[in-house]
Design a protein around this ligand. Sequence first.
Ligand SMILES: NC(=O)c1ccc[n+]([C@@H]2O[C@H](COP(=O)([O-])OP(=O)(O)OC[C@H]3O[C@@H](n4cnc5c(N)ncnc54)[C@H](OP(=O)(O)O)[C@@H]3O)[C@@H](O)[C@H]2O)c1
Length: 289
Amino acid sequence: MILITGASGKTGIAIMRALREKNIPVRAFINKPQYQTAVISAGASEVIIGNITNKQHITEALNKIDAIYHICPNMHPQEYQIGKNIISACESAGCRYFYYHSVYHPQIRKMPHHWQKMRVEALLFESKLQFTVFQPTAYMQNIAAYWAQIEQGKFIVPYPVETRISLIDLEDLAQAVAQVLSQNTHQYAIYELVGTEPISQIEIAAELSSQLGYKVAAESIPHGTWKLSAQKYGLSDYAINTLLSMFNYYQNYGLKGNPSVLTYLLHRKPTGLVEYINKLIFSLRKQER
Ligand SMILES: NC(=O)c1ccc[n+]([C@@H]2O[C@H](COP(=O)([O-])OP(=O)(O)OC[C@H]3O[C@@H](n4cnc5c(N)ncnc54)[C@H](OP(=O)(O)O)[C@@H]3O)[C@@H](O)[C@H]2O)c1
């Protein structure tokens, strides 16, 4: 039985579905009872409700657990402390294996959520635990969040349209994770999970145009405009400032990676952008029917 934190988020759900394919039993850690149905239908055989910032809840969740897959909720201001508490709870509870959902290039201090993950990785190196670290780049699934605008012919991003970012299909990520968790040969490995060469936002818009059959233009919006809509949407100040730091970093340096490690873990070529866009269009049209 493996305990998965952040289980009700998009990453947790995708990973549980892939683990189900490998018959790996999962206990899902969620914060709200209304997420129960979703995690059970994604494959969780046990569910525990608690707050990830509460040490007692974590200790209870670790009862009779030998391995944990830790996913910190996105843009959490206490990400480092949460990681630290969970590592120490695992050591006390006798949970021997720690799979850590980190991020691509955690070494970047200019992106606070990357840097917090780097510091958690460093704690693992000094812990008594066996571990494997996954460092995924930005998900292709983030494109889906812009779908309403894409349908209006615009692919709007808060950095220059020339910015090049390597992406990964979350389903590939989940399959790679399930592959690793089903084998006993990945102790102390750190895997950079990248599905594509660095792609510009102009190229993404061009592929959207070509697959949708109408013009989608890449457009950059100022950070002030993005911030106003993020505030309206209810994002916390920490999340807004962290995301703005990330956009600044992307603007200056992009996020460039190489798909070789993912190819090695999947034993096949990772999903490309065109393939992902087609999958997305298919699933959205299916929902409309
Ligand atoms: N998105 C990307 O492109 C990307 C790329 C690489 C790495 N990552 C990393 O992947 C991780 C997961 O991202 P995600 O987008 O899958 O996350 P997510 O969708 O935000 O999921 C996190 C889940 O945890 C729950 N949660 C929030 N606060 C909690 C608490 N105090 N106790 C217990 N559960 C709590 C959330 O519930 P609520 O709905 O109640 O908030 C949500 O269901 C993040 O650490 C992120 O940095 C993301």
